[in-house]
Design a protein around this ligand. Structure first.
Ligand code: HEC
Length: 139
């Protein structure tokens, strides 16, 4: 009796495993069927891959001052929306976090700070240059 039970159990288990493997395949098929026809990517977004990510990949090298003046000053010159203000003690406080943290938050965004400070065509290097420019302005 004991043997029969375990055979039945093994049989049941393999049916169960077989079914769930089948279910996983079905899921993949469903996901493939219902996936969006197209996806939107913003210029310079690294998730786009290929040509769209070119500006970041080629590592453009505008100076920190140029990037700051053209891209970051809109908020950072005035302290709009709580942005750390250029040439004030704001940047001494932020600088204490270390460049790595500042880079991460500038690239991913932080509260009202939009990802990459809205500079879609800024390379990581250019973002870093701009951050250094602002941190160095600290009074
Ligand atoms: C639309 C307004 C806006 C623009 C444009 C903008 N920032 Fe910001 N930024 C903010 C605000 C607001 C904060 C404060 C976020 C907070 O601490 O809540 C901030 C904070 C930061 C910080 C500090 C992050 C931290 O960890 O404390 C860095 C670094 C930064 N910005 C870099 C940049 C750079 C570089 C640019 C230009 C490429 C830029 N920002 C453009 C609004 C902006």
């Amino acid at each position: 009796m004991k043997k029969i039970t375990s055979v039945l159990f093994a049989l049941g288990l393999s049916v169960f495993l077989g079914t769930s493997a089948q279910a996983a395949n079905d899921d993949a098929a469903v996901i493939e069927r219902i996936k969006p026809v197209g996806s939107v990517c913003i210029e310079g977004d690294s998730s786009c891959g290929g040509a769209a990510a070119a500006p970041a990949a080629t590592g453009g090298s505008r100076s920190g001052e140029e990037v700051y003046n053209t891209k970051c000053a809109a908020c950072h010159a005035t302290g709009a929306a709580g942005a750390p203000k250029y040439a004030t003690s704001d940047w001494a406080e932020r600088g204490a976090k270390g460049l790595g943290t500042l880079m991460e938050n500038a690239i991913n965004g932080l509260n009202a700070m939009p990802p990459r400070g809205l500079c879609a065509d800024c390379s990581d290097k250019e973002i870093r240059n701009a951050i250094k420019h602002m941190v160095n302005s600290a009074k």
